[in-house]
Design a protein around this ligand. Structure first.
Ligand code: CP
Ligand code: NVA
Length: 312
């Protein structure tokens, strides 16, 4: 018997067990095949979404997702609400959660989302913070599962900035028993706190964690090669400097030759072609970026159902 997720929040992937991952992915795959069957599961439920950073995929997939499940969404941003005028997180969380059944937040600070969650009476979903992007990794793992039929034992190589995506791969991968190799320039390696957390989890799950500054080492024999923008939202001021520093970390033909011959390429998008990835790789035969983006919808619908619908 696995622990149910009803009423819980998803702030980072350590809140999920391996069984939870499999349940969400399998439900997501079921919903993708037959979305009709689930069209009233969240009937009458309302999801509020708070955006402090831009979004295309997260916004549209969550809104479409809750509508497809019979519920409705309310989209908020910090500028047009009292949050932008300094209303305390505590008051905002208590008030909004008294109106709705779940809240998705995309913001900068992990501390803010943690405080929000503490004060909220309904589940909080992290739709991206500076340190985590759990929903993206759920969709990515669903995509890997669809193509490779397993997660355990898969080697995922992430090349680039040790950012929110890198942290979520480390945590999610170590939970499901994937080997995770991260290659970043020395000053841009993942936060040691999450590396340590992932290593601890890996010690029991059996995954191997590699942190290196050598992209060739990371990609060697990888089943999945992933990258992300060199300057995340909030880091735009460093774009030029980072373009120089990350120059040798582009995922291109030469690098992916190190991967397995049936490797797949993923990217959470938006992508900067010819920066972190060559057009040839991202638009080539090994790339599954659009399937990955579509799976945001299915994986998040499954997540919403697990968090917001009472188990039958
Ligand atoms: N991958 C992702 O989260 O995309 P958006 O920023 O468009 O939501
Ligand atoms: N690391 C990127 C991911 C965008 C979906 C960012 O935080 O901007």
């Amino acid at each position: 018997m696995t622990e149910g997720l009803y009423g819980k929040s998803l702030l980072d992937l350590t809140e999920l067990t391996e069984e939870n991952f499999i349940e969400i992915i399998q439900l997501g795959i079921g919903m993708k095949k037959d979305s009709e069957k689930y069209k009233t599961v969240l009937s009458g439920k309302i999801l509020a979404m708070i955006f402090e950073k831009n979004s295309t995929r997260t916004r549209v997939s969550f809104e479409a997702g809750i509508i497809q499940l019979g519920g409705q969404a309310i989209i908020l941003d910090t500028k047009s609400t009292q949050m932008g005028r300094g209303e305390p997180v505590k008051d905002t969380a208590k008030v909004i959660s008294s109106y709705v059944d779940g809240i998705m937040i995309r913001t900068f600070s992990d501390q803010m989302i943690q405080e929000f969650s503490k004060e909220s009476s309904v589940p909080i979903i992290n739709g991206l913070t500076d340190h985590h992007h759990p929903c993206q990794v759920l969709a990515d793992f669903m995509t890997i599962f669809e193509i490779k039929n397993k997660l355990k034992g898969i080697k995922l190589a992430y090349v680039g900035d040790g950012n929110n995506m890198a942290h979520s791969y480390l945590l999610g991968g170590s939970i499901v028993g994937m080997d995770i190799a991260i290659a970043s320039p020395k000053e841009y390696q993942p936060n040691p706190e999450y590396v340590e957390q992932a290593q601890k989890i890996a010690n029991t799950s059996g995954s191997q964690i590699i942190i290196t500054d050598d992209p060739y080492e990371a990609v060697k024999n990888a089943d999945v090669v992933v990258t992300d923008v060199w300057a995340s939202m909030g880091d735009e001021g460093e774009q030029e400097m980072r373009t120089q520093i990350f120059h040798d970390y582009q995922v291109n033909d030469s690098l992916v030759q190190q991967a397995k011959s049936d490797y797949i390429f993923l990217h959470c998008l938006p992508a900067h072609r010819e920066e972190e990835v060559s057009s040839k790789v991202i638009d080539g035969d090994h790339s599954y970026i659009y399937q990955e983006a579509e799976n945001r919808l299915h994986a998040q619908k499954a997540l919403l159902v697990k968090l917001m619908a009472k188990e039958k």
